[in-house]
Design a protein around this ligand. Structure first.
Ligand SMILES: Cc1ncc(C[n+]2csc(CCOP(=O)(O)OP(=O)(O)O)c2C)c(N)n1
Length: 658
């Protein structure tokens, strides 16, 4: 291995050596503890230390870094206290996740480290968002993100690189090509010579770097960081290295040819560098021994601290309290001055007023800038707020949701407009795995609203008509709003944007231009988790939301003899089950109308909760009415047959006659 010292002082050369030695020695200790059953799992980065250490040492302390499962050297170079790391791996309280997540699955704002989620790819888009915030604030900071070569096969990698390139974001994408993704060798993972070559396809610069040579890693990355700080842009780096141990310790390395192992053992980043420094006289055997003694003592002292710590204790309340980030809802009153406007206008107004109120709020979505979005909700916004804050995106829902998370991590607020709610499936992973779980895992908010133009009755077929709220009400950590009236839409959207938690905001596109209402002109907010009583009555409670509320109203308008109480749930998570139960206690009958197909929907949960909480008050079984268990058909007559509107009247009468 050839080392070029350049103009590095001896002090720096030794520092880099010690920075590599530390994670190596920690790992060696962990392997012993693993065999003793004192830690549960270990992903080894032995042989790859030069990359973690070299990259981290080249960054400034205030620059974010997003490591993977083999990047212990990132954490040690950023000087994360070892006792906290050890506690983290044992699920103890001084760790970063209160025992809720394992290994390197956490972040630390204090250290500007944002850890991975198991799904690997999403953090590449998160890096885009963090870097976007840096760019908008003109901080001249780099964001570095790691991936293995295996995870470059995920769509997230391609989406994130494309977005970074189109938006010219200051991201250093670092591929650690270590030969295997679990047992899969590179020739079964991709079919090009170098992964760095992919950069060309994205219109991006790239470099191939010897990942086992600390001086090459450090000097090249330092030089590139300087260049990026000067002129923000993404660069793709491929570090050639090798995974010297199993994917994780239990899985072994039987499938790796011995020849390869031997070849790469000779390229060990630490022993080679050590030899070099010894030969140069920069280090002596005595120095090395002293460093090792010092690190051993540090490891042992910190391990003792971690072992002394008791196991995590918690309670149902404590666990539940950490699912959502704390939010002090501020009820801003509705003004007397109102305008009669459509649902679509109310949403647009909320967005406009929120953009005025929050300087660091960014809206992202397909065709939302000059074009104004397919529903024209952001029409004129680029003129008012500029293209930096009203951003057209490529068609890549996953990277954009992830980027929204990154904006939030870096202190900004984000709204993502799904062009149609149906397309959220392409951004599902970061929503349910990243946004939903981050606060519970490491107390980091996900200040993101995802706008979801949804719903049927518009003859648009199976992929432009779904109302898919149940995909999200199932997932702890998300909030779900689903207004039926313009006034509610405006107030609830303002609240959603103020709330630091991830909110799925459903907007029924069938109601966009058909439903008018008096909407206060001022900026106001409405609370989540409060149903609205639309009609008062005594004979039956109807609970619904979205278009269902209007279908129920239509039936009730046609049947003034039906003495029904109609509740509009307004938000589904949190759900105002108390108001439903209070009404049932009065009417003794409940029918729930939802637009979605029946099984596994919100109606089923409401039915179960009412049965559990006020069974004695029921004079009839709770009735659920929803769509057929089929995809949504296109032809108008088939769609009408699919939707529950027609069946609702019949079921309501049957329930009253029970
Ligand atoms: C979406 C997803 N699919 C599969 C896995 C299981 N898995 C975890 S790590 C891994 C291999 C990753 O390989 P690579 O990206 O090259 O990183 P390395 O482990 O080699 O450092 C696999 C298959 C996962 N965590 N997430």
């Amino acid at each position: 291995m050839r080392y070029h010292i350049g103009n590095l002082e001896n002090e720096v050369l030794v520092d880099l050596y010690e920075k590599m030695l530390k994670p190596r020695m920690i790992e060696e200790k962990m392997l012993i503890l693993l065999r003793q059953g004192k830690i549960s799992k270990w992903f080894s980065g032995i042989g790859q230390e030069a990359i973690s250490v070299g990259v981290t040492a080249a960054l400034k302390a205030e620059e974010y870094i997003l490591p993977m499962h083999r990047n212990l050297g990132v954490f040690t170079t950023r000087e994360v206290p070892l006792n906290r790391l050890f506690s983290q791996w044992q699920g103890k309280s001084s760790g970063f996740t209160k025992g809720r997540d394992r290994s390197f699955h956490f972040g630390s704002q204090e250290h500007k480290i944002v850890g991975m989620i198991s799904h690997l790819g999403p953090q590449l888009g998160v890096a885009d968002g963090i870097a976007l915030a840096e760019k908008l604030r003109k901080t001249k900071r780099v964001t570095a993100v790691f991936t293995g070569e295996g995870a470059t096969s995920e769509g997230d990698f391609h989406e994130a690189l494309n977005v970074a390139s189109v938006w010219n974001l200051p991201v250093l994408f670092c591929i650690e090509n270590n030969g295997y993704g679990l047992s899969t060798p590179t020739n079964e993972q991709y079919n090009c010579e170098h992964l760095a070559d992919r950069a060309k396809g994205y219109g991006m610069e790239c470099r191939i770097i010897d990942g086992n040579n600390i001086l090459e890693v450090h000097s090249k990355v330092a030089e590139l960081c300087k260049a990026i700080r000067k002129r923000p842009r993404p660069i793709l780096l491929e570090f050639k290295t090798f995974r010297m141990r199993g994917h994780e310790e239990a899985s072994g390395t039987k499938y790796v040819p011995q020849k390869l192992m031997k070849k790469w053992a000779q390229k060990d980043p630490i022993t080679n560098y050590e030899d070099f420094l010894l030969k140069k006289g920069v280090l002596t055997e005595a120095n090395i021994a002293a460093s090792k003694t010092r690190i051993t003592e540090e490891i042992n002292a910190n391990l003792a601290l971690a072992f002394e710590e008791p196991m995590m204790e918690s309670s149902e309340t404590k666990e539940l309290n950490d699912v959502y980030h704390n939010f002090d809802f501020e009820h801003l009153k509705l003004s007397e001055n109102t305008k009669d406007i459509r649902l679509v206008d109310a949403i647009s107004e909320a967005l406009r007023q929120s953009m005025e109120r929050h300087n660091e709020l960014v809206i992202m979505g397909q065709d939302i800038a000059e074009y104004g979005g397919v529903f024209k909700i952001t029409e004129g916004f680029t003129k008012m707020f500029g293209k930096n804050r009203v951003r057209n995106t490529p068609i890549c829902e996953s990277a954009i949701v992830s980027a929204a998370m990154g904006l939030s991590i870096n202190g900004m607020k984000a709204i993502v407009e799904m062009q149609f709610a149906d397309f959220v499936s392409s951004g599902f992973n970061p929503i349910v795995n990243y946004l939903a779980k981050t606060n519970y895992r490491w107390a980091e908010k996900a200040d993101v609203v995802i706008r979801m133009p949804c719903g049927g009755g518009v003859g648009a077929g199976p992929f432009h008509s779904q109302t898919n709220e149940a995909w999200f009400t199932k997932t702890p950590g998300l909030k779900v709003a689903y207004p039926a009236f313009p006034k509610d839409a405006k107030g609830l959207l303002n609240t959603a944007i103020n709330d630091p938690n991830p909110v799925l905001f459903f907007e029924h596109k069938g109601l966009y231009r058909s439903i008018y209402g008096a909407v206060p002109e001022n900026y106001y907010t409405l609370p989540f988790g409060k149903a609205a009583r639309i009609r008062e009555g005594n004979a039956v409670t109807i609970a619904s939301y979205g278009a269902g509320v209007h279908w129920a109203l239509e039936v009730l308008d046609g049947h003034p003899e039906i003495d029904a109480e109609l509740l509009d749930l307004r938000t589904l998570k949190p759900l105002d089950i108390e108001s439903v139960c209070a009404s049932v206690k009065k009417t003794n009958r409940l029918i729930i109308l939802q637009e979605d197909s029946l099984f596994g929907g919100i109606a089923s949960d409401i039915a179960a909760m009412v049965m559990e909480n006020c069974f004695e008050y029921l004079d009839a079984p709770v009735k659920r009415v929803g769509s057929l268990e089929t995809p949504i058909p296109f032809a108008t007559n088939l769609e009408a047959n699919y939707l529950p509107k027609k069946r609702f009247e019949k079921e309501l009468k049957a329930l009253l006659a029970y």
